[in-house]
Every structure is written in C-alpha cells, then in structure tokens.
Design a protein around this ligand. Structure first.
Ligand SMILES: [Zn+2]
Ligand SMILES: [Zn+2]
Length: 259
C-alpha cells in the first residue's frame, strides 16, 4: 500500500497504469489466497521456443511428470502447447500480438535486455504472471527456452520460478554436456523449478535451509542451490539418480502443498 501511495505522486497517466497493475495484483493474490484446492489443482501448461530439441523436450516433460508423481498431485493435467502460436498471433501490421505466442514473450525478453544476447528473464516472468486470461483460466506455466537469460543482479539464471504461478527455464548452460548428462540435468532443473512453483521451501521450514537467491534446502536433495554451472547441477543430478530427488522434508512439504 505504501508503494502505491508513492506512485500516486507521479503523472496521472502513470498513476492510471499503476492502478491497472495494482488491480491485477489483487486479482492474482485472490487466486493464490483462495481455498487450497482452488489454488493448487490446475493445469500445467508447457511452452517452448522452436529451437528446443527432442531430447530437451523429453527431459522437461519427464521431469514435470516425475515431480507431480512424487507430489501425489494426480489432478494436475500437463498440457503441452509446444512452440505455441495462437490463431490470432499476428496483428494486421504483421507485428506480434501481446500474449499470443512464445515468439512474443521472447521478443519482449530480447527487446528489454541490457546484456546483449541474453534474454531478460524478469520481463518474461512478469508477462507470464500477468497473462490476461489467468483470471478466467488459471494454470501453472512452464516455459522452456534455449537462449541464455539473466535476472536483475545476476550474470545469468537457468530458471526463475514464482510460487503458484509458473517457471521460466533455459537449457543454454547445459548445452556443452553429452546427451545423457544434458537430459538428466535438464530433468533435475525442471523438477527444482517446479518444486519452487509448488511452494518449496515453505515459510515454516527452518531446518536445513539456506538463503541463496531464494530459500533452498541443504540436505542431499534437488532443492539445493546450484550456483556453478554445469558442475553443481551435474553433481546434484548424480545424487538424484543415486539417492532420489527430494529429501524427506522437501517431499513432505511438497505433498503438503496439494493437500
Ligand atoms: Zn532454486
Ligand atoms: Zn530438501
């Protein structure tokens, strides 16, 4: 509310725009805060840019399926939209219509970038959060891109996630690995980011946690933070294949999200 008051001192047009955003924020917040069932059981929409390979695609799909299985979230349908383009994705002047194709999200991420070829992940993430149809057709988003991306204050990120909303993942930093490692690491990364989307690590969790670009687990678990790419993720992936994906605490917290 304080932020909003401060914004009211700007020009009236700006205020109007902010009010629109503020309204949307309230709506999204309501969806998140409504009854638990409403909030957590909704479809998971997969989208990707058209350069994603078959192997990368399988890794994302299988990662999503495996995490949902561990979560016991049987009611969540995975809808694979691929390199999605709505029928109306082009305007009459041949420019891309807002929110109507993966290309548009990518264009916005590229256009707002201050780091050359790197995509601005915050901007795409923001647009995924404020998709106009989220209010009527609520869903989780899982968008996978092959370009490198960054978030404010970072050199690069491989994933950004918002609880209850969705995640944006980049496969770029795994491109140098052999097919086997690449597949397994992208699977780990997908499960990790979806873990965040499904509430990991929750506020109430205080044991075996660290704050490293968000709250992460310190157990033998895919919810650890991995800063060094790809080494940390290769190690975490090997651990996943030997010991399983989630530690007991994270598994319990994940299942709790869907109860
Ligand atoms: Zn994380
Ligand atoms: Zn854990």
């Amino acid at each position: 509310m304080m932020t909003f008051s401060r914004r009211q001192s700007k020009t009236s047009r700006y205020v109007l725009e902010q009010m629109k955003i503020y309204k949307v924020l309230i709506i999204v917040d309501n969806i998140i805060c409504r009854g638990r069932k409403m909030k957590t059981i909704k479809p998971l929409l997969l989208m990707n840019d058209d350069k994603l390979s078959g192997l990368e695609k399988r890794a994302v799909l299988n990662g999503a399926n495996e995490l949902l299985r561990i979560a016991g979230a049987n009611g969540i349908a995975i809808l694979d939209m691929g390199a999605w383009k709505d029928r109306t994705y082009l305007k009459s002047d041949n420019t891309l219509r807002e929110y109507c194709s993966v290309d548009w999200y990518m264009q916005e991420g590229r256009r707002s970038s201050q780091k050359g070829d790197q995509i601005n992940a915050d901007v795409i993430s923001h647009h995924l959060t404020f998709e106009p149809w989220r209010e009527t057709k609520d869903h989780y988003d899982l968008m996978t891109i092959t370009s490198d991306m960054y978030s404010r204050g970072t050199n690069f990120v491989i994933g950004l996630a918002h609880k209850g909303i969705g995640t944006l993942i980049s496969t770029f930093r795994f491109r140098g690995l052999n097919d086997y490692s690449k597949y397994e690491c992208i699977k780990t990364e997908t499960m990790h980011e979806l873990g965040h989307v499904f509430g990991l690590l929750p506020e109430y969790r205080t044991q075996d946690v660290e704050d490293s670009l968000g709250k992460h687990c310190t157990n033998l678990c895919i919810m650890r933070q991995g800063i060094k790419l790809p080494d940390d993720w290769v190690r975490m992936t090997n651990d996943r294949l030997i010991y399983g994906a989630l530690c007991n605490d994270c598994r319990a917290d994940l299942r709790n999200f869907f109860l």
